[in-house]
Design a protein around this ligand. Structure first.
Ligand code: C2E
Ligand code: MG
Ligand code: MG
Length: 778
């Protein structure tokens, strides 16, 4: 349902779509931004770790040189000459900027001996310096490339790094010095603490100490590897990426880092801002802090184009979608407005449309409830409008509808609401204020029927049409438009059933009736399929001799759920639903079967009349099927009679006349049933091949009391005889009726006075049939 709220919502839909799509764009761009930033951060961290790992690897490499020297000292029994040492050092393939030495342990008692042996080896003067008597000495004994330091005692109290040497001696493993300002011979002068020594104490196992100088624990000396930090950085490959800036500090025991190496291009503020990666390297008892940073021009920046592109894409998309949504919403709303406008009034009749009249009805019902008043819903349905449409075309039909609408408007009070429901149905709402009471309402309804039923002049033709009206009162029989119209519809249906050109007030019973009808329909289908129905036969009697002259086959149905259902109830339903076609065929076949059976039992069978509905006769295959059955059961057509009601003649007199003639030519007698209740006149029947007129039982029922009915019956009998038609009176229930009909000259009688309808098995025992057989045998 379209409400104003929904309308406003759908009008703002384009804003919503714009914002939602734009939000998607913002989220996508943010996602890409964070992804890129994360990527860059990881990239920087990785570079920092690589830098540190390369330094660590190189330091490991340098320490392996110290190990090599230690192994040389441990493994060689002879005195190693400087040439031998140089040769060995070169063989290590160390970077040229790295220096090596071995400081030899010399106890004070061996000093002189040692100095003289060194003199011999070196071929030059050798003294341990600085001068002075000490308990033990640790002079540089071998060096490469530097030989000038030979004899320099690193255990001398004057030695700058005595503490570190002592620590190295007792450590049993590598020690790395703190950054030192040392200028080894041959090296460029440096004023920075940028030099390091890796020291490894050399201990000799007991078996190798013979002839060598060691202390009691086997300490033989210290193997040293010295280098500048720049050399380490260069040889490690850490500087390969020139875009990576760095600074390194020894933080082993210092609270604030002492930077010993710095790539220098980074401003102090950048370092202070902390936009760098910090890593720590622990090696040989010392810890270095390494900060790295991409140089400003090399820093992988976030690609803003890449980040912004989804936002731009979504923004364009949002604009396009919002534009088209707005466009379509405008078209939709204008179409909706137009169709709502159109729906208000019906173009053909100028009355309110079905939709609008329902709305108004709902509103009026609410008002009525509030004011404790009633209103009447009238559904007016034209009788036989289809015939006019078929005969003169839809254009004439439409013009007639417009004229009916005008006349309806004129015949109802000004305040009445009138609408067109479609087809040939109209709806009028009359309130208590307009009609005042039920008597006045009924008069109004009658007046409407009268007015609508007056002739119309359309396209130079005079047209006559009747109408039926169904009335449903609110709030008693419906508290909403749909229920009320449905109930009025049911009432109009009832009005049509009770002979058209009349009205009916819905009384609540109709709904129940409808439910029963639905049940009857479904049970009847079931009964037919399972042969739960049967034929009974009611004798027809010669009114003078009282001899049986025929029998009428009548359907009997005793349903296990519904009980006995009268054909008067189920035959009209079978006609409406089409079940009458298979049912009618079954009746004919069943009647023929019984005739054959009785004949086989030797019973003299009078003609059997079957009832045929209009729907059956209208089928083109009615006659072929009848012939086929007669042929199959080999029954004399003279033993069959057919009863039809007048309705068939009203609907299609011409088509029907031909069929009746063909049936008559076969020798099958024809009767017009229920005569007097329809519209056909005797003169009309004179050209049709009927043999009998059956006067409806409503005339016979009160023929004694009602002089009009008696006179009418008498007139029908006289006129029928003039037309060579025999007359059958239906529903004779007493002697008086019989005597009067005898006096009128009626030919045949049928009714409970003679016999009710009998089951097929009673034929052999029924006195009337027995009498007939006896007379026949006489
Ligand atoms: P109908 O053809 O006019 O049949 C006569 C009806 O009057 C039967 O009602 C019958 O039982 C009843 N009747 C006969 N004598 C009396 C009497 O003395 N007093 C009263 N009150 N009623 C009497 P039934 O059997 O209920 O059938 C009703 C209608 O159903 C039939 O009226 C006929 O139109 C229709 N019908 C019955 N069987 C068939 C059928 O096989 N085919 C068709 N198409 N219609 C059938
Ligand atoms: Mg009948
Ligand atoms: Mg009848």
């Amino acid at each position: 349902m379209i409400t104003s709220k929904n309308c406003v919502k759908s009008k703002k839909a384009h804003y919503m779509i714009f914002l939602i799509v734009l939000l998607c764009g913002v989220l996508s761009s943010l996602g890409i931004y964070f992804e890129s930033a994360n990527h860059i951060e990881n990239d920087e961290k990785f570079s920092s770790m690589t830098f540190t790992r390369q330094l660590d690897d190189e330091l490991q490499q340098y320490s392996s040189y110290a190990s090599a020297i230690a192994s040389l000292m441990q493994s060689t029994r002879e005195q190693i000459t400087p040439e031998h040492f140089a040769h060995f050092a070169q063989g290590l393939s160390a970077p040229s900027s790295v220096g090596f030495y071995f400081a030899q342990y010399v106890p004070s008692n061996k000093r002189t001996e040692y100095e003289s042996s060194q003199k011999n080896i070196l071929g030059s003067d050798f003294t341990i310096h600085p001068e002075g008597d000490r308990k033990e000495y640790l002079p540089i004994a071998l060096g490469y490339p530097d030989k000038l330091s030979y004899g320099s005692d690193i255990l001398s109290p004057l030695h700058k790094y005595l503490g570190a040497v002592k620590a190295a001696r007792s450590s049993l493993t590598y020690t790395l010095s703190e950054p030192m300002i040392v200028s080894f011979p041959g090296w460029a002068e440096s004023e920075f603490s940028d030099t390091f020594v890796i020291r490894l104490p050399v201990y000799l196992p007991v078996g190798l100490r013979a002839g060598k100088m060691t202390d009691s624990s086997g300490f033989h000396g210290i193997a040293g590897v010295y280098f500048r930090i720049d050399a380490l950085l260069n040889s490690s490959g850490a500087l390969n990426s020139r875009d990576l800036l760095y600074r390194i500090a020894d933080v082993t025991s210092k609270s604030s880092p002492a930077w010993f190496s710095n790539s220098g291009n980074v401003s102090e503020t950048t370092w202070n801002d902390g936009e760098y990666n910090t890593d720590y390297l622990s090696f040989a008892g010392r810890q270095w802090r390494i900060d790295t940073l991409y140089s400003a021009n090399a820093r992988p920046n976030i690609s803003w184009g890449y980040v912004i592109s989804p936002f731009i894409f979504f923004m364009v998309l949002a604009c396009i979608l919002a534009f088209y949504t707005r466009k379509f919403s405008l078209i939709y709303h204008s179409a909706l407005a137009a169709s709502t406008q159109r729906l208000e009034v019906d173009e053909l009749t100028g009355l309110l449309s079905r939709y609008r009249v329902q709305q108004v009805l709902n509103e009026l019902i609410t008002d009525c409830k509030k004011e404790d008043k009633w209103l009447a819903t009238l559904v007016l349905d034209l009788d036989h409008f289809k015939t006019i449409n078929d005969a003169f075309g839809h254009e004439v039909g439409d013009k007639l509808l417009a004229k009916v609408a005008q006349r309806l408007t004129a015949s109802l009070p000004n305040e009445a609401i009138i609408g067109y429901l479609g087809g040939d149905a109209f709806l009028a709402i009359v309130t208590e204020d307009d009609a005042q009471d039920m008597v006045k309402l009924k008069e109004l309804v009658k007046e409407v029927i009268l007015q609508i039923s007056q002739s119309y002049f359309v396209d130079s033709r005079t047209l006559n049409i009747g109408c039926s009206i169904g009335v449903a009162l609110a709030p008693e029989f419906g508290s909403d438009a749909i229920t009320l119209i449905k109930n009025a519809d049911m009432a109009v249906y009832q009005a049509k059933n009770s002979g058209r050109a009349t009205y009916h007030f819905y009384d609540g019973e109709m709904g129940k009736k409808l439910v029963r009808n639905v049940r009857i329909e479904s049970r009847l289908r079931h009964a037919l399929a399972n042969e739960e129905i049967e034929l009974h036969f009611q004798p027809k009697v010669d009114i003078v001799t009282e001899r049986c002259v025929g029998m009428e086959a009548l359907l009997r149905w005793n349903d296990e759920e519904l009980g006995a259902v009268s054909p008067a109830e189920f035959i009209p339903l079978a006609e409406q639903t089409g079940i009458i076609l298979p049912l009618g065929e079954w009746v004919i076949e069943q009647a023929l079967k019984h005739i054959v059976e009785w004949q086989e039992q030797g019973i003299c069978v009078p003609p059997i009349a079957i009832n045929c509905s209009a729907a059956q006769l209208k089928r083109v295959d009615f006659l072929p099927k009848l012939l086929d059955l007669l042929d199959r059961y080999k029954v004399d057509p003279g033993l069959l009679e057919i009863e039809v009601t007048e309705s068939i003649l009203i609907e299609d007199a011409e088509g029907c006349a031909e069929l009746l003639r063909q049936i008559s030519r076969l020798g099958i007698k024809l009767a017009i049933d229920d005569f007097g209740t329809g519209y056909s006149s005797l003169s009309y029947l004179k050209d049709l091949p009927f043999d009998y007129i059956k006067i409806d039982q409503v005339f016979i029922r009160d023929i004694i009391e009602d002089h009009n009915h008696a006179a009418l019956t008498h007139a029908i009998i006289v006129l029928s005889h003039n037309l060579n038609l025999k007359v059958i009176a239906e529903g004779i229930t007493n002697m008086d009726q019989l005597i009067m009909l005898q006096e009128f000259g009626c030919d045949i009688g049928q009714g409970y006075f003679f016999s009710k309808a009998l089951g097929a098995n009673s034929m052999g025992t029924d006195p009337m049939i027995l009498a007939l057989n006896q007379q026949d045998s006489l």
